[in-house]
Design a protein around this ligand. Sequence first.
Ligand SMILES: Nc1ncnc2c1ncn2[C@@H]1O[C@H](COP(=O)(O)OP(=O)(O)OP(=O)(O)O)[C@@H](O)[C@H]1O
Ligand SMILES: [Mg+2]
Length: 440
Amino acid sequence: FCVRSLSTPWPHFVAGLTLLAVGVYSARNATGVAGRYIEARLGKPSLVRETSRFTVGEAIKHPIKTVKRLKSKPQDALEGVVLNPTLEERVRDVAIATRNTRQNNGLYRNILMYGPPGTGKTLFAKKLAMHSGMDYAIMTGGDVAPMGRDGVTAMHKVFDWANTSRRGLLLFVDEADAFLRKRSTEKISEDLRATLNAFLYRTGEQSNRFMLVLASNQPEQFDWAINDRIDEIVNFALPGLEERERLVRLYFDRYVLEPATGGRQRMKLAQFDYGKKCSEIAKRAEGMSGREISKLGVAWQAAAYSSEDGVLTEAMIDTRVDDAVKQHRQKMDWLRTEEEAQTKTLTPPPAGGAASSTTGKMGFNLPLGETSQAQEVIAPLLVHKMKQQGDCLPQERTAESQSSPSARLDCEEANRASLEQRAEKKVEKTDSAPKDGTPV
Ligand SMILES: Nc1ncnc2c1ncn2[C@@H]1O[C@H](COP(=O)(O)OP(=O)(O)OP(=O)(O)O)[C@@H](O)[C@H]1O
Ligand SMILES: [Mg+2]
């Protein structure tokens, strides 16, 4: 009796439950689809670290900043970026071309910027985006590998999102060598290879929606298919004496003079010949990068703020410079030790016992103590490979170039010819047997 009286409402209950489940399921699906749509248009993909693009969250959090940004006018692409004149001319051309491309809705050109750390690659990429009126998004190569299997989906999300940009998006891949390395090497995991393939798939055609800007300290590690996608190569070298002087002046102005003359600040500056001091510091800052010099500026400011009377004296400036020079030497020593260890383990001793010099890791020219002057602009992208195969070495080239310009030209010609030859060979090889998976 008990069971019968209880069982009567069961069918209604079950039907109700089923309807509820269907309702919940379809509602979840519908919100999922809507969510994905909104995410593709507005949400920042997880691989993108920083973006100038308008996001809903950002607009709610910082409404004034957002309005200001929307109203802002395009700036000079090279404002506050100190480069040697040849490089400056070249990057200015890049900036003008990019801006015109945007205005004419043309196809963007992909750029590779390479050079030692702290030479202004990221700084310029951001300025370039602002100058051209595009949005920028920064992703870093190191974030890709830890994503494992999710890397492919995340990569597609980045490009889905990039394609919805109305202003055009400058997609800046910092530390690009971390994930764009050769697929044929065993070191690269299956997941990373799949992610790289997704990246290659999405960048196969030139786009009028996004422009790729890759920055790397070691571009010789790139997969060949990446090199093939690059239209312009720019080498950011360490600053030469003149550039160092401009940098010292720039950061002295920014971190010392402006706060000292600004009024409300606590900082005061002792009387001495600032111009002469800056020239002197530039000479001592041999081999330092733009970043190291900017840090020197911050160090002067900190010194003033930490002093009792808030006065920055010449002696205090000198002490910070001494520290910075010492620290720079120490860093270079570490780099040299590491390089020597690597050379010992990787390469057999050179025949005839001749000491072979290297265009070291991170683009530094060792041995130490020698000035790393601003070099030429165009990149010998495969320098590393050529070196192994006995072509003209950059070091030899530098030495020769100083003594005879014609010898240098010959050498560059030879390098270019050999590079082209090798590229052709590579294409032939890939046509017949694409062993490393390079798309044809
Ligand atoms: N050419 C330069 N002109 C002016 N400032 C510079 C220059 N290079 C570096 N700096 C200063 O150093 C900081 C770091 O530079 P940036 O991030 O552009 O270096 P990077 O070349 O991207 O280095 P990394 O290879 O380590 O990423 C800049 O914010 C700027 O203050
Ligand atoms: Mg950078």
